[in-house]
Design a protein around this ligand. Structure first.
Ligand code: BYC
Length: 344
């Protein structure tokens, strides 16, 4: 797909005098556009100071900030289980995982900031409910087994989606993804290990694991986004080397990966139509409930209100900490300036 060349006009009207500055600006933009086009063709990275089309910038801010918000809101379902984890070891592992998610949010906000959108603006968009975040986090984690299912399926889906993003054309995003993916693979293994322990435990524990997988499977598959035919952003994002694969291709890759893993766990996936298709070389699976997905994305999932209310409360309650830290930093800066003047 070719990328539409922006109209680079030095003046708005042909009757207006063309100033030297306007000529230079148009030349700079033309050179910038050609450079950008070349980076795309050679599959190289765009860096923050490079010229980029406004729509490329907007697409990235949209995706990267939504991704950051997902990491931040995504701390809630598991954070809720830290105090109820069944042992000290489980508690410390879960705490480390939730803390990692906060770190992922921060790398991603930093990457989005390099595109010119301030962190405060992104926080505000989440606070007011204007921003999107992944649909999966609007479902409750009802039992300890859900923590295992989140690790295995939600982090598993995240890795499948994010490994290709390590090659995203925007440098800061791709580089952030490398570290995020390393941590996600630890997260997935801790989820797997929780489920393996439960599925090899008592009948009740095995049932708990099965129920959690039954609840999480559909929403985890929906994390990859709507079907390709209903994905307005995919084509352009793929032309810009941001996304490397379509939503459906990644979803298929994930299904193919988890079927044998479920067998190894001794659990089933809640889809009677799931079966190997020799011709395609992939597993066939049933269509997902897309009405439910769009309803959750619009704010009507089981916990959308609670997740946002909790985020707002945490932000409001933490205001004094941020103010104190800013006052301390200002005081330190004054002191440094003062001693620099004295020694001058
Ligand atoms: N939920 O044109 P499409 C984690 C929206 S956190 C909600 O296909 P695109 C973890 C989409 O935004 C990992 N909304 O969009 C954390 C768009 O709306 P707008 C989260 C969704 O961007 C804590 C519209 O639907 N991962 O792992 O080409 C604990 C049309 O979609 C969803 C990421 O954020 C959804 N599931 O593709 C544990 C990955 N899907 O913006 C674990 C980075 C779609 O036009 N993001 N929408 O109003 C991506 O890879 C892509 O943005 C997506 C969507 C594949 C998600």
């Amino acid at each position: 797909m070719s990328i539409k060349k922006p109209e680079l006009r030095a003046v708005d009207s042909p009757n207006q005098p063309i100033t030297q500055d306007a000529h230079e600006a148009a030349d700079d933009a033309r050179v910038g556009w050609e450079h950008f086009q070349q980076l795309m063709e050679e599959d190289k990275r765009v860096e923050p100071r490079d010229w980029m089309p406004e729509q490329y910038r907007k697409t990235l801010v949209r995706q990267v900030s939504q991704h950051a918000h997902s990491e931040i809101i995504g701390m809630q379902p598991e954070g809720n289980w830290i105090s109820r984890a069944p042992s000290l070891k489980r508690k410390s592992v879960l705490m480390a995982k939730v803390q990692d998610e906060a770190g992922h949010g921060l790398y991603l906000y930093s990457a989005a900031e390099t595109l010119g959108t301030s962190r405060d603006e992104m926080y505000q968009q989440l606070y007011t409910g204007k921003a999107k975040y992944s649909s999966i986090f609007n479902y409750p984690a009802r039992t300890w087994a859900d923590v295992g299912a989140i690790g295995w399926l939600v982090d598993g889906a995240a890795i499948t989606n994010q490994v290709p993003l390590c090659r995203a054309s925007y440098g800061p995003y791709g580089r952030a993804m490398v570290r995020v993916c390393k941590e996600e693979s630890f997260h997935q293994r801790q989820g797997w290990e929780i489920l393996y322990t439960l599925s090899h435990g008592t009948e009740e524990q095995k049932q708990m694991a099965q129920d959690a997988v039954d609840r999480t499977y559909g929403p985890a598959l929906q994390m990859f986004g709507p079907p390709d035919g209903d994905s307005p952003n995919s084509q352009q994002s793929m032309a810009w080397n941001i996304k490397r694969f379509s939503n459906d291709d990644l979803r298929q890759r994930f299904v193919d990966m988890i079927v044998p893993q479920a067998e190894a766990l001794g659990l089933t996936l809640p889809d009677p139509e799931l079966k190997w298709n020799e011709e395609r070389g992939h597993y066939d699976y049933a269509d997902l409930d897309w009405d439910e997905f769009f309803s959750v994305v619009k704010g009507n999932g089981p916990l959308n209100h609670q997740r946002l209310a909790h985020y707002r409360a945490a932000r409001d309650n933490g205001a004094w900490v941020r103010e104190a830290a800013a006052a301390y930093a200002a005081k330190q800066a004054d002191a440094t300036r003062g001693s620099a003047l004295l020694s001058a």
